[in-house]
Design a protein around this ligand. Structure first.
Ligand code: ADP
Ligand code: NI
Length: 217
């Protein structure tokens, strides 16, 4: 199958699968990550097909929606790509990225050995910060019934993926537990540059949020 056709059939498959999502993992998240990944891949000289396929398939069976099972994502991606007779080397590269891409806790290093993986991870992380990142965090919190903020429930430092998986705190805590950490964990020069401004939007939002929370008195 030609590369363009594989990309378009994969996009249609993912769009259909994520049609009903309201947790910030909907098709338009995937579309933004794919466009960011494609842009980073061209800037950084990575393989564009692998980056676009990994971006398209990266949340198709996310552990957050599969009882914490982090093998569900790469497995679903492999089944799909095999059904489309994609090249085995492309399938392996894409599934390896999907297995590694997720944030796994403040204290956990996410090893990403390939340039393609670094482009996709940065693209996914760019969509977790800035104005869109703020909107997604509250969409996720609402979807899972989390409080918006609770001053009696401080943020936590998660030393392991297991601890991170079990967290259920307020959405504002997620900013300290993940979102504000992403800028310094970007892995490409382009990603680092794009993250700067989006990071400032998070900081400005939090300053305003707490100013309003504390009131004028
Ligand atoms: P990752 O695979 O790194 O987790 P995703 O593309 O799945 O990235 O997006 C994760 C996004 O979901 C977060 O950036 C945030 O917007 C939202 N999210 C995940 N966990 C929480 C949480 N506990 N509270 C609020 N938002 C969350
Ligand atoms: Ni994602």
């Amino acid at each position: 199958m030609a590369h363009d056709e594989l990309i378009s059939t994969t996009a249609a498959f993912v769009r259909e699968r994520l049609r009903h999502d309201s947790s910030g993992h909907d098709w338009w998240h995937i579309d933004r990550v794919r466009r960011n990944a494609s842009c980073l891949a061209r800037q950084e000289g990575a393989d564009v097909l692998v980056c676009e396929l990994a971006a398209l398939l990266h949340d198709v069976a996310d552990w957050k929606f599969h009882g914490g099972d982090e093998t569900a994502g790469p497995r679903a991606a492999r089944e799909w790509l095999q059904s489309q007779s994609a090249e085995p080397a492309v399938i392996d590269a894409v599934c390896d990225i999907i297995a590694r891409v997720s944030f796994k806790g403040a204290g956990v290093a996410t090893d990403m050995p390939t340039l393609e993986g670094r482009c996709v991870q940065d693209a996914d992380r760019l969509d977790a910060i800035g104005a869109i990142g703020i909107a997604r965090a509250f969409a996720f919190g609402g979807h899972f019934g989390r409080p918006m903020y609770d001053p009696e429930h401080p943020p936590e430092w998660h030393p392991s993926f297991e601890a991170y998986k079990q967290k259920s705190g307020p959405t504002i805590n997620h900013f300290y537990e993940k979102l504000l950490l992403l800028k310094d964990r970007m892995q490409t020069a382009t990603g680092r540059r794009l993250a700067e401004q989006r990071h400032r939007v998070l900081e400005e939002f939090l300053a305003q949020f707490f100013a309003e929370w504390n009131g004028p008195g």
